[in-house]
Design a protein around this ligand. Sequence first.
Ligand code: SF4
Length: 337
Amino acid sequence: MTPILELRNATKIYAGGLLRRRSTVALEGSYLSVGEGRPRITAIAGESGSGKTTMGMLLLGFIEPTSGEILYRGKNLAQASREELRRFRQEVQAIFQDPFEVYNPFYKVDHLLTVPIAKFGLAKTKEERREKIESALINVGLRPEETLGRYPHQLSGGQRQRITVARALILNPQVIIADEPVSMVDASLRATILEALRHLNRELGISILYITHDLATAYHICDNILVLYQGSVAEAGDVDGIILEPQHPYTQLLVGSIPWPDPKRRWGEEAIVSQGDVAGQATHGCKFAPRCRYAMDICRETRPPHYRTAETRAVACFLYRDSPVLPPEEINSVLDT
Ligand code: SF4
């Protein structure tokens, strides 16, 4: 089955500095398939600068890869026809962290929901349009009678973000890419938004890429996870295994920083002590070596491949070199659970 979206050996390098001589590798030789087989919620996790947002922007077609390809239904997005691009814009929707950005304070929320319907010609009558809007609101847990006819400032941050989810839903998407959708929302309201995303996945069969720095929320709503470090996948597989028993030292560091609601367990208690700052990007060897307490000579000389440590787990670390090597283009096989 052809995936709806695919990264194939995608690399993104940003040039910067004087005369653009300094370059940063935001994403390196990445492979990922989305919307193939059973719809899943996949987390793309990592610290800032890990490449997770770049991955989302590439998949949304907002930026072009420096090398490699972004495929939409098996076709290079850069060569898509106008009609294919239109279908792509309808089938692949984005939700961003700041729900305020999409609102014009002078328009009622009805306007925000009506525009995509008109743009894509999705309703022939006023009644049909109203039906679509109400159904989308109900699907994200909002009551139309309490939402429509209001201005953005009359709604809570959680309601505003759920309206942006409803707006994406109106277009009947196959894939939603949600980049930190709850990071600007009060903790008490996060669960309602995440629950809405899970409902879209489970009940409507929409594949979701959940881009986050927050492993705790990823653990609660995702099926599987890719942990990125400096533009490369450090560890990938099913979310329960990775969060409960992380194998890559970087994932262990991230998981050790999760503020679990356990009074006996302190935040960061199990974090690995850094052996140095992140000193730029390593051109060879393991990118995590400057921070890794397990670093060996081989780690500083050779970049580790992915080792398949279990059916649903790949880890880019020499500590697991007794396991079989997983070629980069087969990384999706550990997400196929
Ligand atoms: Fe640490 Fe070496 Fe594994 Fe990199 S390959 S994470 S430096 S042990």
